[in-house]
Structures are given as structure tokens and as C-alpha cells.
Design a protein around this ligand. Structure first.
Ligand code: 3HC
Ligand code: NAI
Length: 692
């Protein structure tokens, strides 16, 4: 059942019951209309309350139904809202917890709205690349005013119900039991006629043209490649410039256009991708969790400090361990400095600053961390050092503690085997800066216990990370893919490109940063170190030597004020470097390569398809659980453009046969050995299927 119907005295109560968030799918919409019909026909019923069961009034339209026949099937949300609005008996929305999107639009169609404190009120459609399509852009301005409605609709940000009680959106704030308050209210208004309708109100805003023009300019500058925000402004503008029904028709037309855009599909893919990533097929949702009330971090360097901050921000106490007092003091001072900077920017209050710092303790003694529920190791990337640390942890940590490693390249199974409890060992691969980057790769070892995985996934949500599970392999999901991308970037330099052209092409495609600017930021010596290992372990894999030559010049990137680009002291701007460009051109000549012009389109194809091909292998090997997990890794950790939905989603939109065809073409060119089409990609393309 998706909505329950009950009668309390003279009040009919329709309770939406479509867990988890009472999404207004076809079955729920049908049940609401049926409930209204029953109430109309029951002479004893004088008024009707609509509310939601569980943890929401309603989270809005059912996003899973978009672009499917169910979305357009009658009764549509428009039909439901019309049925509510045209009801002869007063309809009261009793709102609590979450009232969003179509849920708020339904409430706006009701004659009255009562609400609990603390309910999250929003029209968040813009975050899914669309706009409110069931009257929200026309009705909300009529109750909260043009300016507030525009802000809510363009940003999609929830507003707490108590902040809206003074507006016409709500008729009453119910402090006690919501249903008791709603039933009392319903009885009070049972005889009121005519029934108030939001559509009959007028939007009043003097000199609205100037305000709307200002909004268009501001929103245009902020919207980037997304079409929805500006369309939101146009739709809200119609609430004041057009008659109500014309405004509704205008909003509808914009909604229908937006819902079909790739940008909106990409955003919806990311919404569901983020939630799917927290689930593993063989780890049931009811797997018992281990309780994490305290955390220890080993190593207070670049990563250890940032990792600790995540837990402090979530109110979880952290003990950070170092070998030397000096290193410990330096690490703690960096954490303090980071918080001070945030406070200076006005993003942290003194109270929160004090609270966070009160939760951190430094130590040099393992005895002091033994009772922590979770320990994360972030010491030097060296198997010998990891062995010493994990053997020690095995000795001191209490039974049941989770032992995690932040290693970015080492074998988590080998690390687990340094202990007598490999089931408690897991990889938690944070990205730098660890207190900022959203991505957390959770590395599942062969022996990692299911409750350890479930706990770590839940914890990632608590510390506001996107947790994605990866199997054990060299580079896990993200870095294993980036290696193929960097290889292509190197070949492009040999064949005719300069760093700036490659970076600009990729940044125009939408990446936050091209490969060479990214290398300069992360440190080119890291890739150099990895390649040196590869030359010994996998001599058959070819690389351009250009990056090695760069490192031999000591040009490690921003940290040495010289990398692929030149840098000026105190300035992160990348200036094209004559030294580097000459070095690149000379290297081509030394190899006897005739440099040629390579188009931006080819640059993008080669870099992105290199990612896609490796990702297909990762998926095929079961290192990633699903294609959308790979997309989440790239969207949250590698600056892949959100409006393109991630590498796998992008490949799907290009069409896998087209991707394969391009790869086969590159396979015939120089370094064609890098273009062996992954078996899964070839198979899906041949079968006309997609990754997602
Ligand atoms: N449709 C379908 N499923 C939805 C949904 C929706 N509108 N909103 C949430 N869900 C699902 C999630 O996919 C998730 O499913 P899962 O358990 O199978 O993974 C489950 O509900 C719980 O979601 P969260 O993990 O996000 O739970 P939270 O409690 O953290 O947050 C929420 C709840 C605030 C409602 C959050 O889910 C959210 O922001 N949802 C999106 C709301 C939204 O964008 N509404 C507008 C929809 S578009 C619309 O209404 C069009 C209309 O204008 C015509
Ligand atoms: P870092 O060199 O900045 O910090 C390491 C810290 O560990 C130092 O402060 C050092 O004194 C301390 N340390 C070393 N041995 C120790 C021991 N036995 N006991 C206690 N403390 C010890 O290194 P960074 O960059 O923080 O890297 C740490 C780990 O995180 C490595 O495994 C690395 O591969 C991984 N990582 C690094 C990323 C980065 O961008 N720097 C990104 C993701 C993972």
C-alpha cells in the first residue's frame, strides 16, 4: 500500500506510505486520488488531512520513474494537485521532517499547511538538473515572495520550517504531536468557505524587472554548463509576468525540455550512484555495525592531519600518534592552523573551533591508543614501515578494533597478513587534502569482514565522504585508471602537443584541471617513483620518457616552483615554460618522431577513452562492484565534469560502439599497443548494451 486512508471523527487522513521517503510514484499518486475520492463521497467527512508516514512528508516525485512511461501516466502530479485544490472539502497538509520537490508542490496545492518545527523545506529539483514541474515555480513565490522563492528554487537548498512560519506558506507551527495539531486545525476550518487557494494570490514585487535582470546575470555567471538554474529564473519570473495557468504551462514546457537533457540525466545518475555505492550485494543492509566512538591516527603528516580533521568535524575524538615530539607538534600545529584559516574566512565559529580542538590528543605511545575503536595508519608509503606499524597495532589494539591503512599503492592483503586478525583490516584511501576531498576509496581485502565493511561505509557517510569500495589491485580504482590517462598524456607530448594545449583541451571538456597542471599540484615525483617500479616489474608496458626527463631536471611541480610549467613565488598560476617545451620538442627529435598537430577532440578522446578502457577491465575483474561506482570515484576524486556524469556514463552517452571504433583507429597509430580494447567493453559494444 502506498497511501493509507483512515477516518478520525469528521476528518479523513491520507497517509503517504511509500518508503523510504514517500516518493510520489504512480502508485502513490493513484492512492492519493483514490483517498480524495473516498473522502468526497463520505458525507461524515468534513475535512481531509494529507501527511506522510515514516521519515518524510514526501521527498518529491519518484526520480526513478523519470524518463519512463510511469512518469507521464495518469494521475500525474498535476492531476493530483488539481484534485486537491478543487476539493469541495478543505485539504490540510500536515508536514514534518522532509517536504521537498513534488512533496512541497503537493502541499502548495492544499488549502492549508501545518508543520512541525525542524522540517526541511525545499524545491531541490535544480540539483537534479530540472526545475519544479508541478507548479512550484508559480505557487512558492505567491506564498514566500519573489525573492525568497527565487533563492530557494535556484539553489535547491532546504530551509527549516520555523524560518518560514511568518510567510503564507504555513498556517500553523505545531509544537507538539503533529497529527493532534492537524486534526484540531482540520476541525476548525471544516466550515470555512470559500477555500483559500495559493493560485489566487498575487506576487507583489515593486520594480521586479530590475530584480529579475540582476538575478539572470548572477545566475548565468554561476550556472556553468548547467541549463537548469537560468530556466528556474525564467519560470519564477513567469509567476509575476504571466497569468497563473499560463505560468504553469510555461513551467511545464521548461521542465519537459530539461528532464531530457544529458546534464540532468548525469546529475540523476550521480544522485543514485552516490547512494548505490554505499551498498554491496553480499553485505546485507542489516549487517550489524561495530561502534566507532573514538579514532586513532598513526602519522601526523600531510594525510594523517587531514584524516584526523574529518573525525573531529563529526564530533569523534581522535588520538594522533607520531614517533617524534617534533613531528607531532608540527602535525598538531597544522591542524590548528587549518581551523584558524577556516575561522578567519568566517566559516567556523569560535565555539566550534574550541570544540574541535578539544577532541584531539597527541601521543607517542601506542599504549594510549589501544582502546580506540578504529585506527587509521598514514605513515610513509613503505611496506617495511607498514609492517612494523601493523605488527604493533596487532599487539596493542583491543579485540574488535578496525585496523585501517591509508596506503595508496601497497597490497592491503599483505598488510592484513602482518596481523593475526586480517578480518579486521581494511584500506581507507583518502585523497589529498583529506579534510576537503569528498572521495574515500574503501579497500576490501580478501579477508575483510562484512561488518568491518558495513561499518566503514556507514562511517564514510558520517564524515561526509562518498565511500566507494574497491578490491585490492595496484592503484585501486582511481589511480589504476589515471595511470592509463597519464600514459596517453605522455604520448601526446611526444607526438606533437605541449602541456598547455593538452590541459586546455581537457579543461574545456570540463575537467577541473588538465593532467599536467594536476601533476604539478600533486608532485611529478610520485609518478616517477611508480614508473621506476614499473620499468622493473612490467617492462612490457611502454611509457613516454618525457616525464622522467622533467623529473631529472628536478622539476617536481609547485613544491619546487617548477614542473611542467614555471611558477612564481607565492603564485599558483602556471606559466608555460620555454625550458620544458624545448625539452619536449628535442625529445621528439631524438626519437625521430615528426611532430604533428593533434586536435583538441583527439586529445580528449585519447585521455578519456584510456580511462574508460581501464575502467572496463576493473569492472570485469570485480575490483569495482558497478559502473556507477567508477563514475563516483571520478566525479568526487578526480575532477571529472559532473555534467558529463563520470567516465562510464559519458562513454554510454557517446555510444560504446563509437568508443570502440575510435580506440581501434588509435590502435593503428603510434603506441597502438596501449589500445587493446577491454573484453567487457568489446562485448557490451557488440551487444548494443551500456555500462550503466
Ligand atoms: N525519488 C526516488 N527515490 C528517492 C527520492 C526521490 N525523490 N529521494 C530519495 N530517494 C531514495 C534514495 O535513492 C535512497 O534510496 P535507497 O535507500 O534505495 O538508496 C533513499 O530514498 C534514502 O535517501 P537518502 O539516503 O538520501 O536519505 P536521507 O535521509 O539522507 O535524505 C532526502 C532524504 C533529503 C529526501 C534525500 O534523499 C533527497 O534529497 N532526495 C532528493 C529530493 C529531491 O530531489 N526531490 C525532488 C524530486 S524531483 C520532483 O519532485 C519533480 C517535481 O517537481 C515534478
Ligand atoms: P607524510 O610523509 O606527509 O607523513 C607521514 C608521517 O608519518 C610523517 O609525519 C612521519 O613522521 C610519520 N611516521 C612515519 N613512520 C611512522 C611510524 N612508524 N609511526 C608513527 N609515525 C610515523 O606522508 P603522507 O603524504 O601523509 O602519506 C601517508 C600515507 O598516505 C602513505 O601511505 C601515502 O601513500 C598515503 N597517501 C598519500 C596521499 C598524498 O597525496 N600525500 C594521498 C593518498 C594516500
Amino acid at each position: 500500500m502506498t497511501a493509507e486512508y483512515k477516518v478520525h471523527g469528521a476528518v479523513a487522513v491520507i497517509t503517504l506510505n511509500n518508503p523510504p521517503v514517500n516518493g510520489l510514484g504512480l502508485a502513490t499518486r493513484t492512492a492519493i486520488v483514490e483517498g480524495l475520492r473516498q473522502a468526497q463521497h463520505d458525507a461524515a467527512v468534513k475535512s481531509i488531512v494529507i501527511t506522510g508516514a515514516g521519515k518524510a512528508f514526501s521527498g518529491g516525485a519518484d526520480i526513478k520513474e523519470f524518463n519512463s512511461p510511469k512518469a507521464l501516466a495518469e494521475p500525474t502530479l498535476h492531476t493530483v494537485i488539481a484534485a486537491v485544490e478543487n476539493s469541495d472539502k478543505p485539504v490540510i497538509a500536515a508536514i514534518h521532517t522532509v517536504c521537498m520537490g513534488g512533496g512541497l508542490e503537493l502541499a502548495l496545492g492544499c488549502h492549508y499547511r501545518v508543520v512541525s518545527p525542524g522540517a526541511q523545506i525545499a524545491l531541490p529539483e535544480v540539483k537534479l538538473g530540472i526545475l519544479p514541474g508541478a507548479g512550484g515555480t508559480q505557487r512558492l513565490p505567491r506564498v514566500v515572495g519573489l525573492e525568497m522563492a527565487l533563492n530557494m528554487i535556484v539553489s535547491g537548498t532546504p530551509v527549516a520550517s520555523e524560518k518560514l512560519v511568518k510567510t503564507k506558506l504555513f498556517d500553523e507551527l505545531v509544537e507538539g504531536d503533529l497529527m493532534t495539531g492537524a486534526l484540531n486545525f482540520a476541525e476548525r476550518v471544516a466550515a470555512t468557505r470559500p477555500l483559500p487557494k495559493v493560485r489566487d494570490l498575487k506576487v507583489d514585487y515593486p520594480n521586479y524587472e530590475a530584480f529579475l535582470q540582476f538575478s539572470r546575470n548572477t545566475v548565468k555567471a554561476m550556472a556553468g554548463p548547467f541549463p537548469a538554474p537560468l530556466k528556474c529564473v525564467e519560470a519564477v519570473a513567469a509567476s509575476i509576468t504571466k497569468k497563473f495557468d499560463d505560468g504553469i504551462a510555461f513551467e511545464r514546457a521548461l521542465f519537459v525540455d530539461l528532464v531530457q537533457t544529458t546534464e540532468s540525466k548525469a546529475l540523476r545518475h550521480a544522485f543514485f550512484g552516490e547512494r548505490a555505492a554505499s551498498k554491496l550485494p553480499d553485505v546485507p543492509a542489516d549487517t550489524p555495525m561495530r561502534s566507532i566512538k573514538s579514532v586513532a591516527v598513526i602519522g601526523a603528516g600531510t594525510m594523517g592531519g587531514g584524516i584526523a580533521m574529518n573525525f573531529l568535524n563529526a564530533g569523534i575524538p581522535v588520538t594522533i600518534l607520531e614517533m617524534k615530539q617534533e613531528a607531532l607538534d608540527k602535525g598538531l600545529a597544522t591542524i590548528r592552523k587549518n581551523y584558524e584559516n577556516t575561522m578567519k574566512k568566517g566559516k567556523l565559529t569560535q565555539e566550534k573551533f574550541d570544540q574541535r580542538l578539544s577532541l584531539i590528543t597527541g601521543t607517542m605511545s601506542y599504549e594510549e591508543i589501544g582502546q580506540a575503536d578504529l585506527v587509521i595508519e598514514a605513515v610513509f608509503e613503505d611496506m617495511g614501515v607498514k609492517e612494523t606499524v601493523f605488527k604493533k597495532l596487532d599487539e596493542v589494539m583491543k579485540p574488535g578494533a578496525i585496523l585501517a591503512s591509508n596506503t595508496s599503492t601497497l597490497d592491503v592483503d599483505q598488510i592484513a597478513n602482518f596481523t593475526k586478525r586480517p578480518q579486521d583490516v581494511i584500506g581507507t584511501h583518502f585523497f589529498s587534502p583529506a579534510n576537503v576531498m569528498k572521495l574515500l576509496e574503501i579497500v576490501r581485502g580478501k579477508a575483510t569482514a562484512k561488518d568491518v565493511l558495513a561499518t566503514t561505509l556507514a562511517l564514510s557517510k558520517k564524515i561526509k565522504k562518498t565511500g566507494v569500495v574497491s578490491g585490492v589491485c595496484d592503484g585501486f580504482i582511481g589511480n589504476r585508471m589515471i595511470e592509463q590517462y597519464s600514459r596517453q598524456a605522455g604520448f601526446l607530448l611526444e607526438q606533437g602537443c605541449l602541456p598547455e594545449q593538452v590541459d586546455k583541451a581537457v579543461e574545456k571538456f570540463g575537467f577541473a584541471m588538465g593532467p599536467f597542471r594536476m601533476g604539478d599540484l600533486a608532485g611529478n615525483d610520485i609518478g616517477w617513483y611508480i614508473r621506476k617500479r614499473r620499468y622493473v616489474e612490467k617492462p612490457e608496458v611502454t611509457y613516454s620518457k618525457t616525464a622522467d626527463l622533467l623529473c631529472e631536471l628536478g622539476r617536481f611541480g609547485q613544491k619546487t616552483s617548477a614542473g611542467w610549467y614555471d611558477y612564481k613565488p607565492g603564485d599558483r598560476k602556471a606559466y608555460p615554460s620555454t625550458v620544458v617545451n624545448d625539452m619536449i620538442i628535442k625529445h621528439s627529435a631524438d626519437l625521430g618522431i615528426e611532430r604533428k598537430k593533434i586536435s583538441d577532440a583527439e586529445i580528449v578522446e585519447r585521455l578519456v577513452y584510456a580511462l574508460v578502457n581501464e575502467a572496463a577491465n576493473i569492472l570485469d575483474e570485480g575490483i569495482a562492484t558497478r559502473a556507477s561506482d567508477i563514475d563516483m570515484v571520478y566525479l568526487t576524486g578526480y575532477g571529472f565534469p559532473l555534467f558529463r556524469g563520470g567516465p562510464m556514463f559519458y562513454a554510454d552517452t557517446v555510444g560504446l560502439p563509437n568508443v570502440v571504433m575510435a580506440m581501434e583507429k588509435y590502435a593503428k597509430g603510434p603506441h597502438g599497443e596501449a589500445w587493446q580494447v577491454a573484453p567487457l567493453l568489446a562485448r557490451l559494444a557488440a551487444e548494443g548494451k551500456t555500462f550503466n
